[in-house]
Write a protein that binds this ligand. Structure first.
Ligand SMILES: N[C@@H](CCC(=O)N[C@@H](CS)C(=O)NCC(=O)O)C(=O)O
Length: 213
């Protein structure tokens, strides 16, 4: 079967959780792709050439043949529409309400939890960083995340919706800012975050960043 030509633009050191989400989505779909790196520290995303590629001048941006798209959750939905089940792995739940719940969680994770994102940056996930204890805002942010996990994760399950979806990977990224750092998280939720981290597509991503270390 012939596949389209797919390029994923990533940050140069593979520290972006949003690039990771698209990398995992492509890997789960079994789609071959080329990774291209943009050095954000050198402001390469502000160069003219990247402005012609990316509407947002952020990473990720995905190119599928001559179609260019930024914003990681929009990319996941585009991949799901373009490469549907059963031929390709599913990224979102089949059930409409569960699918809406997955998108709700993705949107929330991308628009909230700023104190947690600032105080537990992705260096914690991809470079083993150890940082100061959370301040009050950080603790409140962590508590909101943990409360959501306790509410959303069914007892005795390792995935939110019965089978893996891209929302599990996105959720595990945020939870692992705490879990991998050693911050207190209920065991059931920590187990979920660890389980999601073992997924082959996630391990492939971790190997990309480890290769540069
Ligand atoms: N909402 C976007 C967020 C993308 C984003 O913030 N990417 C960061 C790297 S993690 C970036 O490109 N930062 C460069 C900048 O904003 O100048 C998505 O989900 O794709």
């Amino acid at each position: 079967m012939s596949h389209p030509n797919i390029i994923l633009w990533s940050d140069a050191n593979f520290f972006s959780p949003y690039v990771m989400s698209v990398y995992v989505a492509l890997s789960e779909k079994g789609l071959p792709f080329t990774l291209k790196r943009i050095d954000l520290a050198r402001d390469e995303h502000h160069e003219r050439a990247y402005g012609e590629i990316s509407l947002t001048r952020r990473v990720p941006t995905l190119q599928v043949d001559d179609f260019l798209l930024s914003e990681s959750s929009a990319i996941a939905e585009y991949l799901e529409d373009s490469f549907p089940a059963p031929e390709y792995e599913r990224l979102y739940p089949r059930d409409r309400q569960k699918r809406a719940r997955a998108r709700e969680l993705q949107a929330w994770l991308r628009s909230d939890f700023m104190p947690l994102r600032q105080q537990r940056p992705t260096d914690v996930l991809f470079a083993g960083a150890r940082l100061a204890p959370l301040d009050d805002a950080g603790k409140a942010s962590a508590q909101a995340l943990i409360a959501a996990a306790e509410r959303l994760l069914p007892a005795g399950q390792q995935n939110l919706f019965g089978e893996w979806t891209i929302a599990d990977t996105d959720f595990a990224v945020m939870l692992n800012r705490l879990v991998l750092h050693g911050d207190a998280v209920p065991q059931r939720i920590a187990d979920y975050a660890h389980f999601q981290w073992q997924r082959a597509s996630v391990q492939l991503w971790l190997a990309e960043s480890a290769r540069l270390a």
